[in-house]
Design a protein around this ligand. Structure first.
Ligand code: GTP
Ligand code: ZN
Length: 318
């Protein structure tokens, strides 16, 4: 971790121009930025408006011992979650989301659904990774994922621990050249994945978390890892490791939008008697008819109902 040098300031500073950088680590208002030369600096943003997240492109200026983020480039997308109290951003400018699942401990379909809805809302493609298929519980997990396959989602299968070479061969082309946010509840194998894909991960993360957590008793940071080496003329892939999958609030989404964000429900829209059908109890509902025909899985429909109630309650004043 370097401090902003006078030389660095002079490079862009002669005519007052700001320098560019990528946000590679964040904790609250503190971020670690990386310059195009690969230099990493501790920085803070100038207040709420310029609050930045991992994956953001920023322009900055030196300020004493630290760097100050002065401007934020427009974002291609932003993955966020929001509970009753506040919203939190995972990361920005993503190519895809990799959601880690396993049969042991059994993944939560509600959590999976929430992550998928947030990704859909943000316009980010999601890929599912079912890990630990070497365990007998893998079969049950695979069955539970059938509706998701039917929705057109890619479900990759690995045994990161038992067959790391096969996992590496499967995942390397999926991740190469892309910025991928890895989400996974505890125990699904996220650390195993990061260590497999990034043998040098500890070195990359060391200085980021050190800088951000110095004096703070926390490890809740989002971290950017470069995949492989930089090659001239090629887009370099990256993995972003982010905590916070556990409490995935969707309060930023209105219940009326849910059917559009759930592809299996979306496929049935346009056949309801009422234009403002909630697909809950109205007669002549195309979604519920599809449910009766077995074209929407009962589990998925239950998730929809539960989420509707939750989001509607969140909207009520008081
Ligand atoms: N059987 C089996 N076990 C695995 C596999 N991948 C990971 N594990 C084990 O599952 C446990 C959890 O793996 P981690 O990589 O630590 O999972 P994590 O998602 O990072 O979990 P946290 O550290 O709690 O966030 C460890 O004991 C791993 O050894 C696999 O493919 N098969
Ligand atoms: Zn309906």
């Amino acid at each position: 971790m370097k401090r902003p040098s006078r030389g660095g300031a002079a490079k862009g500073g002669a005519n007052g121009a700001l320098q560019e950088a990528l946000v590679v680590g964040s904790h609250g208002r503190h971020v670690v930025i990386e310059t195009p030369e690969g230099e990493r600096l501790l920085a803070h943003s100038r207040g709420k408006k310029s609050a930045c997240v991992v994956g953001d492109r920023v322009r900055w200026a030196p300020a004493g011992d630290e760097a100050v983020v002065e401007a934020l480039s427009p974002r291609r997308n932003l993955l966020m979650r929001q509970d009753e109290w506040r919203s939190k951003s995972f990361a920005a400018n993503l190519d895809q989301l990799l959601i880690m699942l396993a049969g042991e401990p059994m993944f939560s379909e509600s959590q999976l659904n929430r992550a998928l809805i947030a990704a859909e809302d943000a316009g980010i493609r999601a890929v599912l990774l079912l890990n630990k298929v070497d365990l007998p519980t893998g079969d049950l997990a695979r069955e539970r994922l059938a509706p998701y396959r039917a929705m057109g989602l890619t479900v990759l299968e690995t045994s990161l621990k038992a067959q790391p070479d096969a996992a590496l061969a499967l995942l390397a082309p999926v991740l190469a050249g892309h910025t991928t946010l890895v989400l996974g509840p505890s125990g699904m194998g996220k650390s195993t994945l990061i260590n497999l894909m990034l043998p040098q991960a500890q070195a990359q993360v060391g200085e980021i978390s050190q800088a951000l957590n110095a004096g703070r008793h926390t490890t809740t940071t989002t971290t950017w890892y470069w995949l492989g080496d930089a090659v001239e003329g090629q887009v370099r892939g990256a993995l972003i490791d982010s905590p916070g999958f556990q409490e995935f609030g969707l309060m930023h989404i209105t219940p009326q939008r849910l059917p559009e964000l759930m592809p299996d429900l979306r496929a049935q829209l346009g056949h309801c008697r009422f234009y403002n059908c909630t697909h809950r109890h109205e007669p002549g509902c195309g979604v519920r008819e599809a449910l009766d025909r077995g074209e929407i899985s009962p589990n998925r429909y239950r998730l929809y109902e539960a989420l509707w109630d939750e989001l509607e309650a969140g909207q009520r004043p008081g």
